[in-house]
Design a protein around this ligand. Structure first.
Ligand SMILES: [Fe+2]
Length: 380
């Protein structure tokens, strides 16, 4: 405890029925015309209309913006900000997965600060506060509803930018495990792997603290117990709620401790090839943990134990415990879907060195080491 530590998080409400509080909180935030940010899939699932009902019950007007894709694009943020201004909105309510929540944060940044979302890349680069923002996650993965992160695709540069700032912490997160019911199995697997990666990378991060450690280990223990049962029994509410809680705790941890090499590599890969984020993380996780292990073996041993691995089993127990979860997710069934050439591995490695998440990785990799991690994971 020889250094100063801070911890930032929004107010959050966790539990079944939290979605129905959207109207009340939008009202409390002073909104009279809400920009409801969502996507077509969430509209189809019924969660957007649940939020609409809640806004209507409170007598609030709203405008819907749903032009958002997975791995949200810079031009979608521009379009959303113009729509917000054209409709004279004064508060943002976002309901959806990480892409929707990140795009909503981006819209808020551009509304308050002008310019292009790509101008705000990096740490603490947002001068003016964004409009009031309420976030309702519908996956147990991104944790954007509690985090200081927003990830946006630079479409011309074919890369993802990371925006890290207290300015994008929402005012309220309404975290309702019931929303997980409408995710398909592949998305559930991908977002669960994202949460697993968040919790592990936060725990071994160079910026971890006593408070982020508690949340990271809380998430890892929940995942050790519930990851596989939750994938196998999608209708079991107790398992789904445990996964939502794991996502929340992992988010609290990584938002403050930041991430590491898995995310640096996954961001670059997602930007260049448009692969799903959680699957990139899940495929890379075991190999990167193997690479990092020597930098903090006692921390990785604790992770292995919390995941149900053999205590005292060292590196082997860690890799086995992670491997079991990745196998259960089913993402390795068709490796050719995510195959890379040798040249692509080298290019990706060079770009990964510039990602903000690499700074807090417990071991400093060079370009050759990163390229060989890409090759080991994605060359078939
Ligand atoms: Fe992530």
């Amino acid at each position: 405890m020889d250094s100063l530590r801070k911890f930032v998080c929004p107010e959050f409400v966790f539990g079944s029925g939290a979605v129905s509080l959207a109207g009340r909180y939008a009202d409390l935030l002073g909104g009279s015309r809400v920009l409801l940010v969502t996507d077509p899939g969430i509209r189809e699932s019924g969660w957007a209309s649940a939020v609409q009902d809640s806004l209507e019950e409170r007598g609030l007007n709203y405008e819907i913006f749903d032009h958002i894709s997975p791995n949200p694009r810079d031009f979608q943020v521009t379009e959303g900000a113009e729509f917000y201004q054209e409709k004279n909105c004064d508060v943002i309510v976002a309901v959806g997965g990480g892409s929707v929540l990140d795009a909503a944060k981006g819209i808020g940044i551009v509304v308050s600060n002008g310019g292009d979302i790509l101008d705000y890349e990096g740490v603490d680069a947002i001068p003016d506060p964004i409009p009031p923002l309420a976030c309702i996650p519908t996956t147990c993965g991104s944790s954007a509803d509690v985090s200081q992160f927003a990830i946006i695709n630079d479409t011309k540069g074919k890369r993802k930018i990371a925006i890290i700032s207290k300015a994008v912490v929402p005012d309220i997160a309404l975290v309702d495990p019931d929303t997980l019911e409408t995710m398909d199995d592949e998305l559930m697997a991908a977002v669960s792997l994202d949460t697993l990666t968040h919790s592990i990378e936060a725990y071994v991060s160079m910026a971890h603290s006593f408070i982020t450690d508690r949340h990271a280990l809380g998430a890892i223990s929940l995942l050790g117990e519930h990851f596989i049962p939750a994938l196998m029994h999608r209708d079991n509410r107790e398992y789904q709620a445990a996964m939502m809680q794991a996502s929340l705790e992992a988010g609290l941890a990584f938002s403050n401790a930041s991430l590491g090499l898995v995310h640096a590599m996954a961001h670059i890969l997602g930007g260049l090839k448009d692969f799903p984020h959680g699957i990139c993380n899940g495929l890379l996780l075991q190999n990167v943990c193997d690479f990092n292990y020597d930098a903090c073996p006692e921390r990785y041993d604790m992770i292995a134990t919390c995941l149900g691995g053999d205590p005292g089993g060292g590196r082997e127990a860690l890799l086995k415990a992670i491997g079991n979860l990745v196998e259960a997710s089913g993402i390795r069934e068709d490796p050719s879907r995510f195959a890379l050439s040798q040249g692509e591995c080298r290019t990706l490695a060079e770009l990964s060195l510039k990602d903000a998440c690499i700074v807090t990785n417990p071991k400093e990799p060079d370009v050759k080491e990163i390229a060989s991690l890409y090759e080991k994971t994605f060359r078939v």
